[in-house]
Design a protein around this ligand. Sequence first.
Ligand code: ATP
Length: 885
Amino acid sequence: MVGVVLAEDLPDEPSEEEFRLGLRNGLILCNALNKVHPGAVPKVVVNSGDSVLHRDGAALSAYQYFENVRNFLLAVQEIGLPIFEASDLEQGGKTARVVDSVLALKSYGEWKQMGGHGSWKYGGNSRPSNSGNNFLRKNLEPFKNFSSRNQPIYENEVLCMKHNLNGDIPIESTEMTSSHPLSMLVHAVLAGKRPEEVPLLLESMLGKVMEEFEHRIATQTDLVKTVLKGLADSNKSFGKQKVSIDSPSASFEMKMEKEENNFIKSKKEDCIHKNTQEEEASKDKILKQHKMFEQQQRDIQELKHTLHTTRAGMEFMQIKYSEEFNKLGKHLLSLAHAASSYHKVLEENRKLYNQVQDLKGSIRVYCRVRPFLPGQVSSSTIGCIADGHITIITPSNHSLLPYHPTEEVFSDMQPLIRSVLDGYNICIFAYGQTGSGKTFTMSGPKDLNEQTQGVNYRALGDLFKLSEERRGAFYYEISVQMIEIYNEQKNRAVGVTALNDRSSRSHSCLTVHVQGRDMTSGTILRGCMHLIDLAGSERVDKSAVTGERLKEAQHINKSLSALGDVISALAQKNSHVPYRNSKLTQLLQDSLGRQAKTLMFVHISPEMDAIGETITTLKFAERVSSVELGAARLNKESEEVKELREQVACLKAALARKGGGSAHLQNIIASPDMPNVKTPLPINSNHQHGQEYVNNQTNHRKPMEDVGNIEMQINPSLRQKKPSFDLQELLMANDSPPWLDSSSINFQMGEYKETDLGDWVDKVMVNKYETVIRDNNSIRDWDGDSTPLPDFFYQRHVSNMKVYPEQPYQRNATRRKDSHDFDMQGNRFYSVGIDDSDDLDIATSDSSEADMLWQFNLQNINTAVNEDASRIKKHQKPTKSPDIR
Ligand SMILES: Nc1ncnc2c1ncn2[C@@H]1O[C@H](COP(=O)(O)OP(=O)(O)OP(=O)(O)O)[C@@H](O)[C@H]1O
């Protein structure tokens, strides 16, 4: 209410002592009273000096101190509010009375603020009363203890009291000075009474007073007991309270005790509340800890479960691991085995590599001199063979050459033969005049035994042996095919000539196909080796042959000439190598050239009368040895080849569904001219079987008279059934050109069937077949049915194929110097010109060219071919030369 007084204010929550000290100078009290009742204290004394006021009041003058408190008390008294004694503001005073007075003042102020309606009542210990008659003055005794100035006040009060009560009462002023209020009350009651009434009045009054006191004491006692009991019940933990009710005389003290009890109670309640809160907090904490504990238990269970699962998994993994480990061990073992085998192969290849380097760039040429035959007594023309030079000596000199058995010869060429297993194409052929020992080298003598075995046997034996050694690193399939080219046909023939009673009249071709699969990498290696025992070159006049023999000789010489041409073209690095000029060179195409390793055995005879042939042969050998072929190519199977194989398989399957002519086509597909297609010849890879096969083949070599074709030669009608593919015959048999008329093809194929040609398929058959494919984009069976071809086959095979004419066409074409490639483009044929005017001169200087002429009008046939084929029917009727047939 009063705000800050003298720069100091009471604290917000002052202690009792602070409260007392704050009120001690009376400034707050006076100001507060003035606020409530303006002008109640007209003059409030404020410290005039500069000294700072202290709560202990040391700086205050007694005057100031007393004046304010006195004025306050007087004013309050005037209003009718409960008062206190000035000493209550001193240390040890009863502050409860001060508090009561202040609270009464506060209540009074609030009542006035509300308008002051009605009578103001205060619920404190003292009840103010506006009634002057009922007013009980307070004991002002304490003021007497102050300065002398107290006396006037006291006196004034007494006077005032006298005046107020009853001035008429004849009471002595000294009695009126009785300090006890009760005396004043008594005086007031007794005033004006008669003396005889006083005892009764006093008795009655005292009785009532006693009643009232007793009643109040009882009430207060009950109240205190109730409170104490409640406190004791609710706060046993705080100990017993010592409550004294021995002083029922002081209501203020009781009130204060009550307040104190209330305060204590509230404090205790606060403590209880605080404890309760702490307990609740503790409970919450425990609850949380319990929940956390439970959660941890669950987590532990989960972890245990996970651990169990993981352990089981680990055990399972361990088992699996040990199994895998065992498997791996086995696998490693096999790999180690394969690796060791592979290393062996590598080692071997390394050795071979040097030999390959030796061979690189040239055809290896061996020269073998046949020794004199038993019974022959003659001087050798061969003087010395050393350092690549062969000395031919004159008859006057004689020389004895060291004899080299076939075993020794073979060991020298063995690495070359072995390279077929590494995917190289090999060509070994024996060249030489008749009787010079070609067959002896390649196959062996008549009385064959292990020592006299020729190169063929030894090569096959070695290949099988080597493939067996490489087992584990490589898997080999070895196939063998035997072909003999007689008069540019299918056949083997031997006959008696003047120079050799067992003269080979055909070229014998033993071909070994090898397919090896690298067990480690899966790479496919393909190699093929031709072992060729050529028919003997001879001077026609010397061999004294006529008729068929002469013709044979001419064919032989011509094919050897073609071989010479190929060699020559290779030597000159011509872009075109005339492989197609003979069956022999066609057959050797993939093994005689820039992709293969070639070895030629040149055989010469030691006889003096063979010196001419010997020199010719050696010149040919010299020519051959000068050929540079370059590095041989390794035949590794690429993806494309794999695809081709699959396509061929598809094709075969498609043909198989059609039946009939599929077998023929399979033969065609499997022919040596089909690149990278495995031959269908069923050769067992077993060594023994292979040898037996070759033995059988050798055993089947019979004198010319014994073979069927000789018989057929004797009987021309039979001969015509052979698939000679004589154009003249064909044209006579069929009006329309064979490549345009399916019937002619059927005829040819039918003829083909009859001859039972085995695995060898004439190129012309392929050509004719291709024609059909090209024309109709389908495969036509012999009976005319057609099977649609897959596009890929057409694109990959047919479109890349060239057509090679049948031999009669070539023979007619040989008359021309110009040459043309045969091609399938536009369904037209172009003649292959063979410039063979010198062919026969190469190997057979005195061959009769007239005998080689074919009585066929080349101009006519070319015209017919290049123009409308149908016109051939009408206009082309070639005449047959009587010299030929
Ligand atoms: N190196 C040799 N050692 C012993 N005899 C040999 C030798 N070479 C060849 N002969 C014998 O010479 C004869 C003729 O040999 P071979 O038949 O092998 O000759 P060729 O060149 O094949 O003849 P053709 O070309 O006429 O077939 C045979 O009796 C053969 O045994």
